[in-house]
Design a protein around this ligand. Structure first.
Ligand code: HEM
Ligand code: HEM
Length: 198
């Protein structure tokens, strides 16, 4: 029997189970951090790798991306520990069985990539090695220096990041579909302000 982390909200159409406040806080904090991290990653690689401009701005973008990346890794580990301990609400009652399965698989795949992407980035900068942040301090190395392997690890870091972006696109599309077309309470479970209160 999976654990259930439920907050119940009374609406005029009955009581609805929503994610508890810590689960909602973790969700939206990670959304905000990823929304900053991905554009920095794409722009720094374009500026450094494609345009070959290696000035202070490019270096600061790399430093920001590395620092924010390890912060995201720490937040995701805390979030997953909380999720495994506290569980989640029962599935939205109007979902069909295939929709429940697809949403569960998508959520766990997103969690997996939220761990894999920053770990690959961190292993890559450890091996390169490029651990310095803003010329001020260095991250502790988690792998021995090996430049050739680092290049391969960066390739997989980028590929996994694009897979994560693709899954997030599906996930957000599903949230909008449920809210705007099916007009059910799926979005309200993570954003109670969006609950239907006829
Ligand atoms: C969830 C967290 C992270 C996300 C979503 C993310 C995303 C990305 C993206 C989209 C790119 C550009 C890939 C490309 O255009 O080919 C990138 C590149 C890069 N990331 Fe991350 N990243 C994350 C965490 C980290 C961490 C923790 C580090 C290191 C401590 C890191 C180091 C790098 C480096 C060095 C590159 C450039 C690789 C290259 O030159 O090919 N990233 N990242
Ligand atoms: C970086 C972007 C995002 C990531 C990484 C992400 C990740 C996740 C994960 C892992 C879950 C599963 C929660 C759990 O059961 O523990 C989840 C649930 C949810 N997310 Fe997101 N999310 C993102 C963006 C969004 C956005 C923009 C929306 C709304 C437009 C949204 C709406 C929801 C909703 C409604 C749920 C609950 C689904 C349900 O009740 O089954 N998410 N999200």
């Amino acid at each position: 029997m999976p654990r259930r982390n439920i907050q119940t909200v009374e609406t005029t159409s009955g009581s609805i189970e929503v994610y508890a406040p810590p689960a909602r806080a973790y969700h939206w904090i990670v959304v905000a951090l990823i929304a900053i991290q991905v554009p920095i990653g794409l722009y720094m690689v374009y500026r450094g790798g494609t345009l070959n401009i290696w000035d202070a701005l490019t270096n600061n973008l790399y430093s920001s991306h590395k620092l924010l990346g390890v912060i995201i890794l720490a937040v995701v580990i805390a979030r997953l520990a909380y999720r495994l301990r506290a569980g989640a609400p029962h599935p939205e009652p109007t979902l069909e069985p295939w929709q429940r399965s697809v949403s569960e698989i998508t959520h766990w795949a997103i969690y997996l990539l939220l761990l894999l992407v920053p770990v690959l980035g961190y292993v890559g900068v450890s091996m390169y090695p490029a651990l310095n942040i803003f010329g001020a301090f260095s991250l502790p190395a988690i792998a021995p220096p090996d430049k050739a392997t680092a290049e391969a690890v960066f390739y997989w870091h980028g590929l996994a990041a694009f897979a994560l972006i693709g899954l997030i696109g599906m996930h957000v599309g599903a949230a909008i579909f449920h809210y705007a077309i099916r007009k059910d309470n799926v979005l309200g479970r993570m954003l109670p302000g969006a609950l239907r209160k006829p």
